[in-house]
Design a protein around this ligand. Structure first.
Ligand SMILES: C[S@@+](CC[C@H](N)C(=O)[O-])C[C@H]1O[C@@H](n2cnc3c(N)ncnc32)[C@H](O)[C@@H]1O
Length: 252
């Protein structure tokens, strides 16, 4: 039997090597969900990967339901395997840059749309278009939360100091055998249960084992807030911030 939970844990560990405050971001996002739309939300886990946000959501809120959407066949296989006995979540394959992506969803509106460490993969143009679509998908009174890299070009010395600090932490943790992005994907490609899906992913999206990532742009937090307001959200603000990343919260 495939150890999907083991893949889930190794994904989390690899992501935490980049984001040691990842769980704190998820907690802040779920606190905002509870505060603004209550403890039985219908949630869209956007660019869900292995379903990390959905997992935390369903553990915290027994009455929640979730739809995970992503385009990566290997990550979605881990998500589907992990949550095979969970009736409250379903997973949809779709590319968020496809104008028709939302037509594949099982619902036409959501109380909350949550996303983490993903939308920097999109160009600013594509992200602006996506925010326009989300403003119609989130119900009035509903929320959107995005935790992501949101660099501040006006603070280069702070950014450089943070980079050096992070590099030193990562080097220490490498001594403990932590996998980085490329190594994690090498392990996926070498696993019999995932090798075929990994090959499909490499063909579709690119090969991460060679350091390939995305053409995204990681706009500033200010850009996100302004674009969300222009897209039709009534209020938008930061819900959390670090020296490099933020969680933006927008209310419909
Ligand atoms: C670093 S992972 C984060 C996954 C998850 N949110 C988490 O925090 O563990 C980024 C995810 O964005 C997805 N993604 C990137 N571009 C996408 C697109 N155009 N459409 C759908 N998903 C996309 C990737 O496939 C990947 O699963």
């Amino acid at each position: 039997m495939v150890d999907w939970q083991g893949w889930q844990r190794s994904w989390d560990r690899q992501q935490e090597w980049y984001l040691p405050d990842r769980e704190e971001r998820f907690r802040v996002m779920l606190d905002a969900v509870e505060a603004l739309v209550g403890d039985k939300p219908r949630v869209l886990d956007l660019a869900c990967g292995t379903g990390s946000i959905s997992g935390r959501l369903l553990r915290r809120f027994p009455g929640a339901v979730s739809t995970g959407v992503d385009l990566d066949p290997a990550l979605l296989a881990i998500a589907r395997g992990t949550f095979v006995d969970e009736q409250r979540v379903s997973f949809v394959t779709a590319d968020l840059t496809d104008p028709a992506w939302a037509e594949r969803l099982p619902y036409d509106s959501y109380d909350a749309v949550l996303t983490a460490t993903a939308l920097h993969w999109l160009t600013a143009d594509a992200l602006g278009t996506l925010y326009g679509r989300l403003a119609t998908l989130v119900r009035p009174g509903g929320v959107f939360l995005n935790a992501d890299h949101m660099p501040d070009a006006s603070t280069p010395r702070i950014t450089e100091a943070e980079r050096a600090f992070t590099r030193a932490r990562q080097a220490r943790e490498r001594g403990e055998g932590v996998q980085d992005w490329a190594q994690w994907w090498q392990a996926v490609a070498a696993a019999p249960e995932l090798a075929e899906l990994a090959a499909e992913r490499f063909r579709l999206i690119g090969d991460p084992t060679t350091g390939d990532h995305s053409e995204g742009q990681a706009p500033s937090a200010g850009w996100h807030l302004e674009t969300l307001r222009s897209a039709g959200f009534a209020e938008a603000r930061l819900a959390w911030t670090s020296l490099t990343d933020s969680v933006v919260l927008a209310l419909r």
